[in-house]
Write a protein that binds this ligand. Structure first.
Ligand code: C5P
Length: 243
């Protein structure tokens, strides 16, 4: 399917950063138009994993954002569980290496085939956007953030991964080295009318889509809005205009 054939609702992922399922559920019920929700470590642990099943029962698709990073066998087994729980998208750290990523993809495909369900998108985290150059140098990555993002993206693509999580500002450099249908999921998105919060290098939904983002992860501009449904509709409208 070409880029513009995907509907805006197939591109927006609302981040459910809540300490309890009951809070997340309230928000989900306010947003009938939204198809995709992101469950991260906080909600996953707070709900003892239940958030995923509950979202599936509500007919929603889940981006399971647990960023696996361990030895290949352990990550492969975790990937099997991500598929079994019905994640549509899940992620692992590219820093776990080629073998770890290859095994995550293979395990996810095998489990999906066994269950007769669609294989989820298996996505790599490159360099966390919380890093600055000094922080990365400290880890021994002398080549800097941009080069590291590029290397991790290439490695992820070579390992059979479906795409990466990246800052909207990194889209161009990833598109330059990876195949055209390599998926890019972008957090750090802020509509012009929303508060910036603690995000630093932000981009509007319009700009991120125009740059070539496949999915946008939006949290507080929707979840903390006085009228979350109206906020989500405004973001969807902006995505539609940009396509
Ligand atoms: O509320 P906000 O829109 O900032 O939420 C963005 C979501 O995306 C949060 O769940 C955050 O943890 C996540 N995220 C991010 N930057 C990254 C990776 C993930 O903001 N580089």
């Amino acid at each position: 399917m070409g880029r513009s054939e995907k509907k805006p609702t197939e591109r927006l992922i609302v981040a459910l950063d809540y300490p309890a399922w009951i809070d997340a559920e309230q928000l989900v019920r306010l947003l009938p138009e939204v198809e995709y929700f992101k469950v991260g470590l906080e909600l996953y642990l707070a709900s003892r994993g239940e958030a995923v099943a509950r979202l599936r029962e509500l007919g929603k698709k889940v981006f399971l954002d647990l960023k696996f990073h361990d030895i290949p066998n352990t990550v492969a087994q975790a990937s099997v569980q991500a598929v079994a729980q019905g994640a549509a998208i899940f992620n692992v750290h590219a820093g776990g290496g080629r073998k770890m990523m290859e095994q995550a993809v293979q395990a996810a495909r095998a489990k999906a085939a066994e269950l007769g369900v669609a294989t989820p998108l298996v996505i790599a985290v490159t360099v966390l956007t919380s890093f600055d150059e000094a922080g990365l140098q400290e880890l021994g990555f002398a080549q800097g953030i941009e080069k590291s993002v590029e290397n991790f993206a290439r490695l992820a693509e070579g390992a059979g991964m479906d795409g990466v999580v990246a800052s909207p500002r990194e889209i161009g450099l990833i598109r330059a080295v990876c195949r055209p249908d390599f998926k890019i999921i972008c957090p750090g998105v802020r509509p012009a009318w929303a508060a910036v919060n603690d995000q630093k290098r932000i981009t509007t939904p319009r700009e991120a889509i125009r740059q070539g983002a496949d999915y946008l992860v939006v949290g507080r501009p929707i979840t903390a809005a006085a009228d979350p449904r109206e906020a989500a509709q405004k973001v969807l409208e902006e995505i539609k205009e940009a396509l």
